[in-house]
Design a protein around this ligand. Structure first.
Ligand code: 5RP
Length: 265
């Protein structure tokens, strides 16, 4: 692997082989998502606990100070919205030159396997990989499910993840599901898990992240279940412990409780 590519990947996936990516890119198709209305305010208290931030160029420029930034994964696909015809009909929104100018560690793009725009989104990924490899910039493929959350099973996610890896993604973001080892087992590049819509209890999040890590994920790219939480700092600290310190879900819950109650720094 070229030095530049290896260097960028090492800033994302830490020396222990694990990572906590913090996505705040949701506005690119959802608009001012709840608790992300002012990205700077959302990010400020929690960013120090993240290994990297997944973000669009507009929010990066407006809401992140260049002298205080974590490694950046730049969201470079889009062009659709939640009120439009079809979320899957994305194009590439940001050039590789722009990614280089912004000094990012990776770029991220969604693929919509099984949708009407499967071919376009996969060819967009392949094109982005060609460009990224030229300059040593890794591509993270986001296996999107659009509005159809029921697609989150091992057969479907395993298929999407493998295809993304075959087309050259250096990292694949997918969802946790039952039998997650089938997803990671069939994907020859590192897999990170998204959180999806906010769930009822924090323990559920700790449990699926813990299970996914045991089954081969290298970490998470997890947003809403952190920054839509009542206590985002407590949440991200607890998740960090699961990812980087092998904390159990019960230990993570303890960290969450004691941090939110101010008993832990
Ligand atoms: C949305 C994304 C997010 O980065 C991804 O879904 C992770 O966020 P969350 O944990 O909130 O699902 O790709 O465009």
């Amino acid at each position: 692997m070229e030095w530049g590519m290896a260097n960028r990947l090492s800033k994302l996936i830490q020396a222990d082989g694990r990572c906590l990516f913090l996505p705040i890119d949701h506005g690119y198709f959802q608009g001012p998502t709840r608790k992300l209305e002012q990205p700077r305010k959302t990010l400020e208290p929690i960013v120090e606990y993240a290994d990297a931030v997944f973000i669009t160029r507009g929010v990066l420029r407006s809401s992140v100070d260049p002298d205080k930034s974590k490694p950046i994964i730049l969201r470079v696909s889009g062009g659709t919205s939640v009120i439009g015809k079809d979320l899957a009909n994305e194009g590439i929104t940001t050039s590789m030159e722009e990614a280089i100018r912004l000094n990012v560690c990776a770029v991220g793009i969604s693929v919509f396997v099984g949708s009407e725009y499967e071919k376009e989104s996969l060819l967009n990924l392949a094109k982005l990989v060609d460009e990224g490899e030229k300059y040593g910039i890794p591509v993270m493929a986001v296996t999107a499910v659009g509005k159809e959350l029921e697609k989150r099973d091992a057969r479907y996610l395993g298929l999407c993840s493998r295809i993304a890896a075959e087309l050259g993604a250096r990292v694949v973001k997918t969802y946790w599901c039952e039998n997650f080892e089938k997803v990671t087992g069939g994907c020859p590049v590192p897999v990170v898990m998204a959180g999806g819509p906010k769930v009822e209890t924090n323990l559920e999040v700790f449990e699926f992240v813990h299970d996914g890590i045991q089954k081969g994920a290298v970490g998470v790219n997890l947003g809403r279940n952190i920054w839509q939480s009542e206590h985002p700092v407590a949440m991200i600290k607890a998740l960090r412990a699961v990812i980087h310190e092998n904390a159990s879900p019960a230990e993570a819950q303890d960290i969450y409780d004691s941090t939110k109650d101010g008993k832990r720094g």
